[in-house]
Design a protein around this ligand. Structure first.
Ligand code: NDP
Ligand code: PHD
Length: 338
């Protein structure tokens, strides 16, 4: 078994990690960290469990540690669900101390030697870990993309065989994306908020890196542009994207690509049967009905029509965050990086 920890274990993404790691066949959850507010107490007594899955009793008695390098030095890998400002230095220090870091935070995503990885989409970018190690780092940092960008880039993976340039995307993002205390009920109930700080900029830059080409230890960004318009909607979980793409393909060819694409590996514990699932019904995908497909790891797509326009949707805190990170770690284990 591989000993793992979760940084920021009491938050919206941290709780998802605890849920996914509780009975993991390869990973043994030994360490949970949070802020000084929670440290020193049993996890079961400080966490306000807000997921609709049962609280995993196996984690109840683990004493929450402060988020320090020392607290995680016996872990083989840690999953980071820290706020980005806290993650920036801590993740670097932890990786330099010899521990692998699989992070959800945005702090290191665009660094040249840090993989911005969706396991099924750009697994070859894991080789950037070798670049980090050549510079003297004993552990590593591997990052997840932004949760809306994960849905977009995963939906684009089957379309890479066609040539495409400009992409316009409008998002309808769940409130869990802002963390448990992120959006007050009074602001979001009966409402849509047409602004999510920094989200549009992240969507514009991250997809090019994910779909970029790795050559000689460097990534060349993919040659397309993303123009994003991001909205918060009163949905608990599940980010929905309306996508317009300038692509040299017909709607029938795009549907065929969505239906037939296969990721380059299969059989990892957190990997869904369908990374991308095309739904033929004219009113799908919908977050409430489709977010839990493939144990919430499937990106559902539908409504391909002239334009070319389509809809993509996935569970933001699982496919878009904790689940994607655990799957990255599983892949890194098969590649002998962990
Ligand atoms: N929510 C989502 O869908 C996604 C989130 N992310 C990213 O994941 C990260 C976590 O997000 P989310 O779970 O929503 O955030 P939350 O605000 O829900 O949780 C934050 C966690 O970090 C801990 N924490 C806060 N301040 C400190 C500190 N000073 N030192 C140590 N620990 C601290 C909190 O502990 P305590 O309870 O003790 O305060 C809590 O465990 C962020 O970087 C976010 O951008 C990425 C993709 C998707
Ligand atoms: N901003 C996203 C969640 C998030 O935290 O994204 P990032 O990891 O890029 O900061 C949302 O609100 O839905």
């Amino acid at each position: 078994m591989i000993n793992v920890g979760v940084l920021g274990a009491t938050g919206a993404v941290g709780q998802r990690f605890v849920q996914l790691l509780a009975d993991h066949p390869w990973f043994n959850l030994t360490t949970l960290t949070a802020s000084e507010r929670s440290a020193g107490k049993p996890y079961g007594s400080v966490v306000n469990w807000r997921l609709d899955s049962p609280f995993p009793d196996s984690s109840a008695e683990l004493i929450v540690a402060p988020t320090t390098v020392d607290a995680v030095k016996d872990c083989d890998v840690v999953f980071s669900a820290l706020p980005a400002d806290i993650a920036a230095k801590l993740e670097t220090d932890i990786a330099d101390a010899g521990v692998g870091v699989c992070s959800n935070a945005s702090s290191h995503r665009m660094e040249a030697d840090v993989p911005l990885m969706i396991a099924e989409v750009n697994p070859e970018h894991a080789a950037l870990i070798d670049v980090q190690r050549k510079k003297g780092r004993d552990g590593f940092i591997v990052t997840n993309p932004n949760c809306s960008t994960i849905m977009l880039a995963t939906a684009l993976a089957p379309l890479r065989k066609f040539s495409f340039t400009n992409i316009n995307v409008a998002t309808m993002q769940a409130i869990s994306g802002a963390g448990f205390e992120g959006v007050p009920a009074f602001s979001i109930y009966d409402n849509v908020i047409p602004y999510i700080g920094s989200e549009e900029e992240k969507m514009s830059r991250e997809a090019n890196k994910i779909l970029g080409t790795l050559d000689g230890g460097k990534i060349t960004g993919a040659p397309f542009s993303v123009s994003a318009s991001c909205n918060r909607v009163p949905v608990i979980d599940g980010h929905t994207l309306n996508v317009w793409i300038d692509i040299k393909a017909t709607p029938a060819e795009v549907i065929e690509a969505f239906k037939t694409w296969q990721p380059p590996f299969s059989g990892l514990p957190t990997q869904p049967d369908h990374t991308v699932l095309y739904l033929d019904q004219e009113n799908r995908p919908q977050p409430r009905l489709d977010r839990n497909r493939g144990n919430a790891m499937t990106v559902s797509v539908g409504r391909v029509r002239e334009g070319i326009r389509f809809v993509a949707m996935g569970h933001n805190t699982i496919r878009g965050a904790a689940g994607a990170s655990v799957l990255n770690a599983e892949l890194l284990h098969t590649m002998k990086y962990i």
